[in-house]
Write a protein that binds this ligand. Structure first.
Ligand code: HEM
Ligand code: HEM
Ligand code: FE2
Length: 441
């Protein structure tokens, strides 16, 4: 397989390595909370549900951001035609982020946290995260300034990271009024996953498609513009789908419904782009696993975000499904399909080029891991959808209490745990394959 064109691309490796280890940690805690849904006293009082849940979703966000940063360091030199401005800064930043992340997670175990979902990091850790991201963006901008070219892919990627940093600042703003608190909380959570992260995903997808299919950059750029145009047009006002029931003005029901109902469009465009380009490919890339992750990510993101998102985004439906297991089923399928899978696609493509030994040990094992994880996640989502429909009906139509309802739908949680275990088996195959050829990295 081809080797890195630029030596500094190798700095992506520690980012990818850490991402995979944290992913494993995320799944371990996913299994713990999945088990606690079945046996509520499991590991109590050492690791209560709320703490393990916090760790599950914080590890998720942190490993995805590690993956995004590693992807950017791998992609930038090839895009701008020049080395990374400072690989030393990139490494220092990587370790700073890792230390901050570990302190935050360890802190959660000792009940050191700040309450609001996804943003539980204590203020000092939040400040460290901002510093990490700013140093990263500085390195990125300097690399682009010094490089020979500035491609659309690199500019969209930079835009995505700038947005990630800017919207995270709203995590520091904690109004006393609960409606206002929730209003701005979504400026981080929604505007990340349905706004600026989507820009990052679109640029990584375009890069991978160009490399894997050999299609012209001009064609990929045209699609990239369409995708980011649709993302920004639908996603920003689409935030309104979180403003139906929190005490915000009534007009959000109309605006939120129309714009969020259009949010599947950029995801549909990504699927169309991926399939069309693979069909028109001018080369048969030997890294079949990377092609699979790339196309798979577009498809699963469309299902998880587009289809499962649309399912509960209209006020008339959300009135019944709000905060039920429907939300969890969508959250899992969308996060995994869009962001976990696009990072795994970049890792799959980049790591063989970074390693002198060339490759994951075995494409077959990686492809087996792909299907095991993807199919398990689809079943987790279907199971939770079943749980969610039953929950919405029993609790909000029949009128049973929350706990009576949970008693009625217990079977779904057993099935979810089963598919959680098969998902973990897929991840173990993946990790085994990743490390069995890492000695020469
Ligand atoms: C990759 C993109 C996406 C990701 C990662 C994602 C993830 C999530 C997560 C984790 C939540 C739960 C938040 C919480 O309350 O803790 C959520 C809620 C929601 N998402 Fe998405 N989402 C994505 C795209 C979409 C799209 C495109 C739509 C609409 C078409 C959508 C519609 C919704 C709605 C309506 C809710 C609120 C559910 C409720 O009322 O309980 N999402 N999303
Ligand atoms: C072994 C597999 C997994 C299991 C058993 C599992 C289990 C769980 C459980 C029990 C919750 C808490 C739900 C609640 O509060 O009621 C949760 C939340 C969450 N998990 Fe997982 N999970 C797994 C894998 C994943 C993966 C691979 C991702 C994404 C890449 C993910 C993303 C999330 C998100 C975004 C939430 C918050 C959802 C929300 O607020 O609606 N999980 N998970
Ligand atoms: Fe949203």
């Amino acid at each position: 397989m081809t080797q890195c064109k630029y030596e500094s691309q190798r700095v992506a490796y520690p980012y990818f390595l850490i991402a995979i280890l944290l992913f494993a940690g995320q799944i371990l805690f996913g299994l713990i909370i999945g088990a606690q849904y079945v046996w509520p006293d499991f590991l109590f009082p050492a690791i209560p549900f709320n703490i393990a849940r916090m760790i599950h979703i914080n590890l998720l966000v942190v490993w995805i951001i590690f993956g995004f940063m590693g992807s950017a360091y791998y992609l930038l030199p090839e895009e701008v035609e020049g080395e990374i401005y400072s690989t030393k800064l990139a490494l220092i930043d990587c370790y700073l982020f890792l230390v901050g992340g570990i302190i935050a997670i360890a802190g959660y175990l000792f009940r050191w946290h700040d309450g609001r979902e996804f943003l539980e990091q204590p203020t000092i850790i939040k400040i460290a995260i901002v510093i990490v991201v700013l140093l990263f963006i500085f390195n990125m901008i300097m690399t682009m300034v010094k490089g020979r070219k500035r491609t659309s892919i690199s500019i969209v990627l930079l835009g995505g990271f700038l947005g990630l940093a800017v919207f995270y600042l709203f995590a520091f703003y904690k109004p006393a009024n609960l409606t206002e608190d929730k209003f701005y909380w979504w400026w981080v959570v929604h505007l990340w996953v349905e706004g600026v992260w989507e820009l990052i995903m679109a640029s990584l997808l375009s890069f991978l498609i160009i490399k894997l299919t050999g299609i012209d950059r001009e064609v990929a750029e045209k699609w990239l513009y369409i995708i980011i145009g649709l993302t920004l047009f639908t996603g920003i006002v689409g935030t309104g789908h979180h403003y139906y029931w929190i005490g915000t003005p009534a007009f959000w029901k109309t605006w939120g419904a129309w714009f969020s109902a259009s949010e599947p469009l950029p995801f549909l465009a990504m699927v169309a782009f991926a399939f069309k380009m693979v069909r028109k490919r001018t080369r048969e890339h030997p890294n079949r696993a990377a092609v699979l992750w790339t196309v798979g990510s577009a498809v699963m993101a469309f299902l998880g975000a587009g289809v499962w998102g649309f399912m509960h985004t209209l006020p008339k439906i959300n009135y019944y499904t709000h905060g039920t297991q429907i939300t969890a089923s969508h959250g899992h399928l969308a996060f995994f399909g869009a962001y976990a899978m696009i990072v795994l696609a970049m890792i799959s493509y980049a790591v063989p080029n970074i390693r002198k030994s060339g490759g994951f040990a075995n494409q077959k094992a990686e492809i087996l891991a792909f299907w095991t994880m993807v199919i398990s996640m689809i079943f987790i989502a279907i199971t939770l959808t079943g749980a969610g429909i039953a929950q919405a009906y029993l609790q909000r139509v029949v009128g049973l209490s929350y706990m009576e309802t949970q008693g009625q739908i217990a079977i779904f949680y057993i099935v979810r745990l089963f598919f959680g275990l098969t998902f973990a088996a897929g991840l173990i195959i993946y990790i085994y394959d990743f490390f069995s050829s890492s000695k020469t990295a």
